[in-house]
Design a protein around this ligand. Structure first.
Ligand code: ATP
Length: 352
């Protein structure tokens, strides 16, 4: 059985269905991210897991124990909030020791545990300072230590990095991953930042309007999104409308059908192609391709982002597509605004 097993959770706030039939299995030691747009129910799901909200129906089993109706104090979790929520009148040491002191643990055990966590997060020299004397990143590390001090079975992180500036955020992101690897603690993090989710999670739970849209590894979610919503939310996609006939895909404006990797049922379909999966040519290629004109070019540092207007002779429309190229690939091409280009795609990079 999974470490955390969530079945058919339902939660409403008046008329609003915040969680709509949520089922999810989380294995021991996994790092899971709940990802989705504002208001999709990520925080409500996290708060329901730890008992800060109660569900209308459905069950939560943690480590083979049904915790569905247990109060938050009786559940086995540690939580870190976006706002740090440290005690301003207590030193760093005492903030971290707080829960252990409350449990009347032996003094030496508390000192050892707090020192171990201070050293794990590089905060030793700040032990006697007060929260107001620390930077945001340092305060968040203290909050993390305080949650870890109780050695919880489940670590919950509610947008822990979103109040921090970009550089510190990136640093703390790596630090949380390192601590997770070291302690192997089952961790759930709420975020609306896809880079955070893609770089930190073993599996991502993509949510939309109270429902789970897709659960998968970052790679699965990026390369084989379960829905148009997921494809659009994670990264950038070109959306095209085509038609399947046996093992061929007819794309409007394309000179010939693209051979599909596997046979699919026919009919009209929505196709997603990632910008980095479009190949540009200065001359007409031999396989299936479309022709277009470059309407815009953006330099992104290590990549070029090229916007193309596709000449669609069939529908007489001018569709805009986005292509991204490495500087190395772009080096072999002449790419200027208004210049004509030919576009092709590998069949295995077409997501139906
Ligand atoms: P964000 O990224 O903005 O924090 P979220 O995905 O975490 O969003 P939730 O905070 O879980 O979303 O909220 C889900 C929905 O439930 C939202 O429409 C929100 O307004 C509503 N909601 C959440 N808490 C309450 C509450 N206590 N009372 C009424 N409505 C609530």
């Amino acid at each position: 059985m999974s470490y955390l097993s969530i079945s058919h959770l339902q939660k409403s706030f008046n008329d609003l269905l915040a969680l709509n039939d949520i089922s999810l299995e989380i294995e021991k030691g996994e790092f899971i991210c709940f990802l989705g747009p504002s208001g999709c129910g990520k925080t409500t799901l996290l708060r329901t897991i730890c008992g800060l909200e109660s569900q209308d129906s459905g069950s939560i089993i943690q480590d083979s124990v049904d915790i569905s109706r247990l109060s938050a104090e009786k559940r086995d979790f540690g939580i870190v909030f976006q706002s740090y929520a440290l005690f301003p009148n207590l030193s760093v040491f005492d903030n971290i020791a707080f829960g252990l002191v409350n449990q009347r643990r032996p003094k030496q055990e508390i000192t050892d545990k707090v020192n171990e966590l201070l050293s794990l997060t590089g905060l030793q020299e700040h032990a006697q300072k007060y929260p107001s004397q620390l930077s945001g990143g340092q305060q968040q590390r203290v909050a993390l230590c305080r949650a870890l001090a109780m050695e919880p079975g489940l670590l919950l992180l509610d947008e822990p990095l979103s109040a921090l500036d970009a550089k510190i955020r990136e640093h703390l992101r790596r630090e949380i991953c390192r601590i997770h690897r070291k302690l192997g603690l089952t961790t759930i993090m709420v975020t609306h930042d896809q880079t955070e989710a893609m770089t930190m999670a073993d599996r991502i739970v993509v949510m939309n309007a109270g429902r789970i849209e897709h659960v998968g590894t970052p790679e699965e979610i990026y390369l084989q999104p379960a829905s148009a919503f997921v494809a659009d939310f994670i990264g950038t996609s070109n959306t095209l409308y085509g038609e399947i006939k046996d093992t061929s895909l007819l794309l409007p404006g394309w000179t010939a059908p693209v051979a599909l990797v596997e046979k699919r049922t026919g009919g009209e379909t929505t196709i997603l192609i990632r910008p980095e999966h479009l190949t540009l040519h200065n001359e007409q290629p031999s396989g299936p391709h479309a022709q277009g004109t470059i309407s815009d070019i953006e330099f992104l540092g290590s990549q070029l982002s090229v916007e193309l207007k596709l000449d669609d002779h069939q529908t007489q429309s001018n569709k805009a597509l986005k292509a991204t190229l490495s500087l190395q690939d772009a080096h072999h091409l002449t790419l200027t605004r208004n210049c004509p280009v030919w576009i092709s795609v590998q069949p295995n990079n077409v997501c139906l």
